[in-house]
Design a protein around this ligand. Sequence first.
Ligand SMILES: *Cc1c(COP(=O)(O)O)cnc(C)c1O
Length: 381
Amino acid sequence: MKFNTKVIHGGQENIDPAYNSVMPPIYQTSTFKQSSPGDHKGFEYARSGNPTRTAFENALASIENGSDAIAFSSGVAAIDAVLKLLKSGDEVISTNDLYGGSYRIFKTIFQGFGIKFHFVDMSMASHIEDYINENTKMVWVETPTNPMMNIIDIKAVAAIAKKTNLLLAVDNTFATPYLQRPLDLGADIVMHSATKYLGGHSDVIMGALVVNNKTLADRLFFIQKASGAIPGPQDCFLALRGIKTLHLRVQRHCENGKKVAYFLKNHQSVDKVYWPGFEDHPNHSIASRQMDDYGGMVSFTTIKDTKESAVAVISKLKVFTLAESLGGVESLAGHPATMTHASIPKTEREKTGVVDSLIRLSVGIEDIDDLIYDLDHALSF
Ligand SMILES: *Cc1c(COP(=O)(O)O)cnc(C)c1O
């Protein structure tokens, strides 16, 4: 099956044995009747499994080319589950420019349990090798990175990880499997905040992991059950519905994102624009190799390099909504330094380019003329 068919049918055979409904019912139940002890239809207690959740998990596994997906109540809960594969004394090598919440759970939760994190510039994959020692167990990659749109060569990192027996986890939230399939490139675990493009309508908080290895899947299903950060059936239904239009939405996100990126690049009030589709983006050639298009996320700074100027631009926007999050049908604008990345110390974030004047856009699927008009108006100073 091709991708655009898989988003609709992948993993969805025999979805409702009772009545053959085309979409799975929302099984709003905590438990399932057993005809005699241990004799049941595959579901016992809804923390361990729920058919609506299984339908979502199978759909996601299909489009990421994995054997299994494991759903969680948020993206951060999915990250939490990955880190629970580790034990005290283990070390993780992570990208240095990453989602603020990932940095926060690494530093303020798991570091306290004795896991050590190295934050490394992975624009050259070989940089990782300097940090590998006998305690290293995992490499954590986010690409494109948030909010600087750096691109990391998944295949090159996977080769290093394989050679030294490290697990490679890739946060694929920004790209989605429509643009990039990390398991095909050698990653062991794909992580999603399904809150973003997978759900796609800004109406659900959810996360997931995808793997292509039964032992790893079994361990993660065990952590899902044992730690219990599971999504409810209604959320699984919404995220599954989102997946059915993922290809159409992300295609339009990419088209609009490209037009916004070029518009900003040519605007006199704009200084830098970060978008992996530009030929002068430092890792453009890797992006064009490992991604099918460049996504709808664009970050930029204005020529007035102050927090006030960024705030002034954002507050003039009318179609773009000032809000955290991304990947929904509507365009959003954010100020990373005070919003998504506020949990990262100023000196740390400025090292990676997250300066006070940086604005991050999640370009939605509205009419492009309205988006350009809105930006042009906000940038007239
Ligand atoms: C939002 C996000 C997360 C965290 O997901 P939640 O669903 O908010 O818990 C992780 N990684 C990236 C890249 C994100 O954008």
